[in-house]
Design a protein around this ligand. Structure first.
Ligand code: HEC
Ligand code: HEC
Ligand code: HEC
Ligand code: HEC
Ligand code: HEC
Length: 369
């Protein structure tokens, strides 16, 4: 254990005692207070072995760069909150390695009194409660603004060496939830997108559904209103919307499955476009940098473990980049079906429709929310 870690753990213990004394009277039953450290330990936030917290350990010098520290270290998050004595809302210094999201990251005055958060792309969300802390790390790293900047001045179907894949990043739940209010999904011009998904009263914010410490959701909560939910996996079968978005005649299956049809169809359209319009085949693999220049017809089934940065796809056109961006946006929010199902369907639909100008996509079957 480093000195930094010892200090943080000691501070966390002291904090627990402090909040414990302050709030034990209104936390019922009292056991739930004792359960908190255990719940936190279960969460990815506390996983000292995760790539999220070890990725920079072998760098020289071993520090977390300014662009990454906000979400991948206690120190970076405190710097972002302004607790380093400098401007709030930005990270000023690279951060020490060796931390996770300790109690103090969320339990300090700055985190608990903040009511607004500025998303990538510049949109500000206001009137927030404690969920503001979740937003700042789960809002992604790109947006409509950065995709438009990257593709400005290039014709839709022109391959440009200047273009490379823009990865929205991971766990982008807040970006999906706030929809068009923050435009982190790629939004096509002259299209209208849904705003924040409000779901239902008292089940709106991150911490209404996710336990703030374990980050888990309890399906018993969902079962109170969604009669189909008995076991955990039944959440994927929740369905309220009555529109048959994917046109297969089934409006009983989970909304997640409707999103998946759009997602798979978009993937096929992306591959067809790369093949037929660009003339350079591509595939997606769920590993950095995601889009690879591989021709399954001549190269056979690719060995994913052999694919590296050198094999990355390099023949981007603006049309292809926008569609691939949205494919990844939905892929990297596994909870999109509950964070904002209509927004996910809209950005996928519009990407399919845009590609349909150049390759066959059976758009007639599909309905845009
Ligand atoms: C300082 C940044 C930060 C804050 C604040 C933060 N998260 Fe996270 N969150 C992360 C990172 C990084 C991971 C990935 C952890 C890993 O890979 O082990 C993550 C993972 C998750 C996961 C995935 C499941 C898991 O346990 O790994 C959920 C769900 C989640 N966070 C919800 C929340 C909620 C809800 C809040 C607010 C109470 C929140 N997060 C606040 C950075 C943050
Ligand atoms: C705005 C917050 C934010 C910033 C800034 C950020 N990340 Fe992340 N990153 C996350 C979250 C949240 C996750 C985990 C999502 C999950 O597991 O649900 C993550 C996950 C990762 C992972 C693990 C991916 C995996 O597949 O397990 C790596 C590696 C990573 N980030 C690298 C970086 C790098 C490098 C930078 C800087 C160039 C960076 N991140 C900047 C929020 C951020
Ligand atoms: C990712 C952010 C995050 C982390 C990390 C975190 N908490 Fe919390 N904590 C919260 C939020 C948000 C709430 C309010 C939950 C609610 O209202 O549903 C909360 C509530 C509490 C409460 C209830 C009393 C109160 O002030 O409302 C205690 C006690 C507590 N946390 C202790 C801890 C301890 C101890 C740790 C470390 C083991 C920890 N927390 C880590 C976000 C966090
Ligand atoms: C209506 C309830 C609800 C709300 C509100 C909500 N979530 Fe979720 N979230 C879920 C469900 C359900 C899942 C899917 C869980 C699963 O598949 O196991 C999920 C998944 C996630 C994941 C991916 C977990 C993983 O295993 O990779 C993250 C990260 C996340 N949520 C963070 C957030 C954040 C941050 C907010 C606030 C902006 C939020 N959620 C708001 C219900 C909700
Ligand atoms: C208090 C009742 C209530 C609770 C609790 C509740 N929901 Fe909902 N949920 C609703 C209502 C009502 C809708 C329809 C909202 C609408 O369409 O505007 C809905 C819609 C949804 C949808 C979208 C379905 C579709 O077809 O568009 C999903 C997914 C969902 N809820 C998941 C969850 C999960 C996961 C939980 C537990 C964490 C949960 N809900 C808890 C009442 C609830």
């Amino acid at each position: 254990m480093t000195w930094g870690k010892i200090v943080v753990v000691a501070a966390a213990a002291a904090l627990l005692v402090a909040i414990g004394f302050a709030s034990v009277s209104f936390l019922q039953p009292a056991e739930s207070l004792e359960a908190i450290p255990g719940q936190w330990t279960e969460a990815g936030h506390a996983d000292t072995t995760s790539l999220s917290f070890t990725y920079w350990d072998d760098d020289d010098p071993p520090v977390i760069p300014v662009g990454c520290a906000q979400c991948h270290s206690l120190y970076g998050f405190l710097d972002y909150l302004g607790l380093d004595g400098k401007t709030p809302g930005q990270v000023d210094e690279p951060a020490h390695i060796g931390s996770v999201i300790y109690c103090y990251a969320c339990h300090n005055d700055a985190a608990q009194t903040r009511t607004s958060v500025v998303f990538p792309g510049g949109a500000e969300v206001t009137r927030l409660g404690w969920e503001s802390m979740c937003l700042s790390c789960h809002y992604g790293r790109q947006s409509t603004v950065s995709v438009n900047e990257a593709t400005a001045g290039v014709e839709a179907d022109t391959v440009s060496e200047e273009l490379s894949f823009l990865n929205v990043h991971y766990g982008v739940a807040a970006a999906t939830q706030y929809g068009s209010e923050v435009a982190v999904g790629y939004q096509y011009p002259e299209r209208v997108y849904v705003e924040r998904y409000r779901h239902v009263e008292n089940w709106e914010t991150c911490i209404d559904c996710h336990n703030a410490h374990s980050t888990q959701i309890s399906v018993e909560d969902c079962a109170a209103c969604h009669a189909n939910v008995v076991e955990y996996d039944d959440i994927y079968a929740i369905r309220e919307a009555t529109t048959d978005y994917d046109g297969d005649g089934d409006v009983q299956k989970g909304i997640k499955a409707e999103i998946e049809t759009f997602h798979t169809t978009l993937y096929d359209a992306i591959l067809a476009y790369a093949d037929d319009v660009v003339g350079v085949p591509m595939i997606y693999a769920d590993q950095f940098p995601y889009w690879f220049s591989v021709d399954p017809e001549t190269d056979g089934e690719p060995d994913l473990s052999e694919l590296g940065f050198a094999d990355r796809y390099q023949s981007w056109t603006p049309r292809l980049l926008r569609a691939a961006y949205n494919y990844q946006f939905v892929k990297k929010d596994p909870g999109a079906f509950t964070h904002n199902p209509e927004y996910a369907l809209q950005v996928l639909y519009d990407s399919m429709e845009d590609l349909a100008e150049r390759v066959p996509v059976a758009m007639d079957a599909y309905t845009r929310p």
